[in-house]
Write a protein that binds this ligand. Structure first.
Ligand SMILES: [Zn+2]
Length: 91
């Protein structure tokens, strides 16, 4: 991921959250060993908000799939996937 420009000065012990565009103290960030500075790129509030949003998105998708399944169960339409032989690319 390319490093984005931070539009505000970030004091020592603080970090800029690219999600809410706000500087927070490092204590406002979760620890993440895979990050160079050992903290997540989003502040705790943004991590919580994006977790909530992704749960909501997954719920909508699951409800959508469930309604498709219900419609297919009541349908006589059958779709068969074409079966193609496995091909090995020439390299
Ligand atoms: Zn944030």
């Amino acid at each position: 991921m390319p490093r984005k420009n931070i539009p505000v000065p970030v004091p020592r012990g603080s970090k800029f959250c690219h999600s809410c565009q706000t500087v927070h103290p490092l204590s406002e960030f979760y620890r993440n060993r895979s990050q160079p500075d050992r903290h997540t790129s989003q502040c705790r509030e943004c991590v919580k908000a994006s977790g909530k949003r992704s749960r909501e998105i997954r719920k909508i998708i699951e409800e959508g799939v469930a309604s498709i399944d219900a419609r297919l169960a009541n349908s006589t339409f059958k779709y068969e996937f074409p079966v193609e032989p496995m091909s090995v690319p020439n390299r």
